[in-house]
Design a protein around this ligand. Sequence first.
Ligand SMILES: Nc1nc2c(ncn2[C@@H]2O[C@H](COP(=O)(O)OP(=O)(O)OP(=O)(O)O)[C@@H](O)[C@H]2O)c(=O)[nH]1
Ligand SMILES: [K+]
Ligand SMILES: [Mg+2]
Length: 481
Amino acid sequence: PDTCLCRLCTRRSSGAAAPGSGATIFALSSGQGRCGIAVIRTSGPSSGHALQILTAARDLPPARHASLRLLSDPRSGEPLDRALVLWFPGPRSFTGEDCVEFHVHGGPAVVSGVLQALGSVPGLRPAEAGEFTRRAFANGKLNLTEVEGLADLIHAETEAQRRQALRQLDGELGHLCRGWAETLTKALAHVEAYIDFGEDDNLEEGVLEQADIEVRALEVALGAHLRDARRGQRLRSGAHVVVTGPPNAGKSSLVNLLSRKPVSIVSPEPGTTRDVLETPVDLAGFPVLLSDTAGLREGVGPVEQEGVRRARERLEQADLILAMLDASDLASPSSCNFLATVVASVGAQSPSDSSQRLLLVLNKSDLLSPEGPGPRPDLPPHLLLSCLTGEGLDGLLEALRKELAAVCGDPSTGSPLLTRARHQHHLQGCLDALSHYKPSKDLALAAEALRVARGHLTRLTGGGGTEEILDIIFRDFCVGK
Ligand SMILES: Nc1nc2c(ncn2[C@@H]2O[C@H](COP(=O)(O)OP(=O)(O)OP(=O)(O)O)[C@@H](O)[C@H]2O)c(=O)[nH]1
Ligand SMILES: [K+]
Ligand SMILES: [Mg+2]
């Protein structure tokens, strides 16, 4: 253990830290740069001691109460700042260890002065990225899906992402998995009892049948969640929305309007956009990667032809297609061709399969004469818009919100989403293992299938997680988190 020469050092930490957690770590936990208040945290057995040294006080402040204290450098005695300090003795702290928070004035000199003072206290060292959360996980304060939720919450950029991350941090997904794992444990107990006492009369009737019913119900539930899997991942990393249509329909005008910046060149010349231009936008609270593409037409030069090829390629990856036509030009060959190919082929898919979705937008509504006949009566469902006047934009945004809720899943309702490929992998593994559960054939193999299936659920929430997985997940965190 670290020894301290400081005369103030009258007691060690409250001893609540997990055994073997080792060093006490410290870091700036609020953002870098000049700010009103900066928060510096410590975690580990020497936290209380560090607080005593920096406040030159024999006693620790009352636990979990903000106290105003003068902080000074223990080496020179020089005052550093008048700050709020909070003392969180373990295990009732974020990491489960003894923790201290210093709320100091946010000037760079104050922050670096306090960090240096902490670094001079024996037993303290700067924290590595994600180390606070890692300790919280090691001490059972958060399970793995909650850690992922916290990482997502820190990185959330849109409303829907924030809601989803908060739900995961609240442990909804972990709770669901634990319930499923319990079902498997019970079924396993029944099968094992049957293996041991199968011939006995003492065994309750219908033990195996009950296990069977529960396992089959679990398979149905897992299947339903897996079908939702891509939605949660889209919510985390952004849904692909691709704007397509014949040349000059106003695709680039719409992309600029939705992203509120001049992403693409707009001009009266057909064939202006050639490359695929991708921009991240927040559409109605959902994270979206919006792609502008070349107008679809044949018989053009090689460069534009390559643009059309790229546009078609990008179209295949779209979660949601914004199909755009010039409302004043619906009879043209390029419009008819577009309706007959792209719009008809996506529209023909059944809406229940989770493949692509499409919104048909008729732009340039300002060019339609108020008395004249509206758009063709044989058109599929569509929205009228004018990128020029902004008319119809609210309706389009509302339609987009509905479509994106279907594409990404609605994080305010419904069951917890699987936001990562890791979640999908383990649920699929669990389901695959259950397909080998056939107690009528071989009881020992059936029991093994239940064990393997349960193992996948446990690993999803971090039980028996390997260091490798932990490294990948904690890599997302920054220092001080
Ligand atoms: N009147 C009117 N003109 C529009 C509207 N939207 C776009 N335009 C005009 O239509 C022309 C083509 O617009 P773009 O946004 O470049 O069309 P595009 O579909 O991206 O064209 P390509 O990239 O060449 O395929 C430009 O002159 C725009 O100013 C609209 O709502 N009303
Ligand atoms: K154009
Ligand atoms: Mg364009």
